[in-house]
Design a protein around this ligand. Structure first.
Ligand SMILES: Cc1cc2nc3c(=O)[nH]c(=O)nc-3n(C[C@H](O)[C@H](O)[C@H](O)COP(=O)(O)OP(=O)(O)OC[C@H]3O[C@@H](n4cnc5c(N)ncnc54)[C@H](O)[C@@H]3O)c2cc1C
Length: 384
């Protein structure tokens, strides 16, 4: 059970005020927005007031198994949080185990350490507050109302700031995932596509130096994953302890709506089929931060920025639809056909082709790409 570091309601001081940018949510997407806005200035060159809020302290609640392509950690200078690197993905089916050579390595990292490193790269104000709703450009929190012309919802799958009041499982397009974090070590990044574990989905074990992250994800939100997770952990000789689970969006949602920028899981940016949502949250968070920065700098209006950001997100729509089609097709295939597909992918050329396309969906090249707010190097802006 995670220790609560966040002060409770009675210990909190009232919070109110006007900011230029309000970032709601301080996990991957929110921290990427904040990082991109480090040192952001208004058109007259004075520093912009940017506030980020979250119901927990930064890094307090882990939201994933924390597996990511290694080049994302390198591009964002986050290798300080690195735990373990893998050059193969080990895929189990009921018939055999196959090793897929990965064209680019994957790594696990430590969640609090990564969040702390990202937070260090931003210089916005931070407060813990629970977001309860929104009226226009005023966000209602349990500590008071906050107003800003530029608001980013990086609050995860609930999409709390949506005008329709957000998502309600199990009707919403959500998958579900649960994992345990027993102590232990391993060499293999492994997944299992086996209907004895989960009818539509997969199980996984991600080693992270001195702990394992063992879990089960179901594309069907009505399928309960606790018992399969416990069983998988026990079969792997581990204690099912330190649970962490959540709903996982598997459909894109409008990235701009009613004057609000949505990024990460709140916009459905998590990838269907693989449920990889960290690098996409970082990727779209960076894109969102750039648009916000350009508005602050007077380069464009909020409406123009909302349109551009929504269009940028939509450009990726066909890739998301393709992944969702694959997610829907997988449980319909005969297990032997799934196994044949898995075996076929052991050839380096095939994995290079498939993973090449897959990794390009949200490439870390965006980190170094130019934008109006990045005309001065980030370090220089942060120091200003
Ligand atoms: C079991 C599991 C394992 C996963 N493993 C991986 C993996 O290994 N690799 C990968 O790429 N993806 C993985 N994912 C998916 C990944 O976790 C998400 O896609 C990713 O966390 C999305 O980031 P985000 O910043 O958009 O949202 P989140 O990480 O969900 O962050 C939302 C933030 O908003 C805050 N918040 C929410 N509601 C409120 C509120 N009302 N008021 C104030 N604050 C609020 C939360 O405290 C949190 O800090 C996994 C998901 C699950 C469930």
């Amino acid at each position: 059970m995670a220790q609560r570091r966040t002060t409770l309601r009675a210990d909190r001081t009232a919070l109110d005020g006007e900011y230029e940018v309000l970032i709601c949510g301080a996990s991957f997407a929110g921290l990427a927005v904040a990082r991109e806005l480090a040192g952001a200035t208004r058109a007259d060159g004075s520093p912009a007031r940017v506030l980020m809020i979250d119901r927990y302290e930064i890094g307090e609640r882990q939201t994933s198994a924390c597996g990511i392509p290694t080049d994302w950690l390198e591009a964002l200078d986050l290798m300080g949080s690195h735990r373990q690197t893998f050059h193969e993905l080990v895929v189990g089916t009921p018939f055999a185990t196959t090793r897929w050579p990965l064209p680019r390595s994957f790594s696990t990292f430590d969640y609090p350490e990564l969040c702390a490193l990202l937070a260090e790269q931003s210089n916005c104000e931070f407060e813990t507050a629970k977001v309860e709703g929104r009226t226009g450009h005023t966000v209602h929190t349990d500590r008071g109302d906050l107003t800003a012309p530029l608001i980013a919802d990086a609050l995860g799958w609930r999409r709390v700031l949506a005008s329709d009041g957000g998502f309600q499982p199990p009707e919403a397009p959500l998958s579900r995932g649960l994992e345990v974090h027993p102590g232990g070590a391993g060499d293999d990044l492994a997944i299992w596509i086996d209907r004895d574990i989960v009818p539509a989905g997969y199980g996984w074990s991600f080693p992270a130096r001195d702990e394992l992250r063992i879990g089960v994800g179901s594309f069907d939100p009505r399928f309960h994953v606790k018992q399969p997770t416990v069983k998988l952990a026990e079969e792997l000789g581990s204690n099912p302890e330190r649970y962490q689970g959540n709903w996982i969006p598997h459909e894109l949602r409008p990235a701009a709506e009613d004057g609000i920028f949505f990024t990460g899981d709140s916009a459905g940016h998590c990838l269907p089929l693989t449920a990889e949502g960290i690098r996409t949250a970082l990727y779209f968070g960076i894109a969102c931060g750039r648009e916000l920065g350009d508005v602050l700098a007077g380069e464009r209006t909020r409406e123009q920025a909302l349109k551009r950001y929504a269009a940028f997100s939509d450009e990726h729509g066909w890739k998301y639809r393709w992944m969702l089609d694959a997610q829907r097709a997988l449980p319909r295939l005969h297990p032997r056909a799934v196994h044949a597909l898995v075996r076929g992918m052991r050839h380096r050329r095939l994995t290079a082709f498939a993973f090449g396309h897959y990794f390009r969906i949200a490439s870390p090249d965006i980190v170094g790409a130019a934008s109006a707010t990045r005309r001065r190097p980030r370090a220089e802006r942060t120091a200003a």
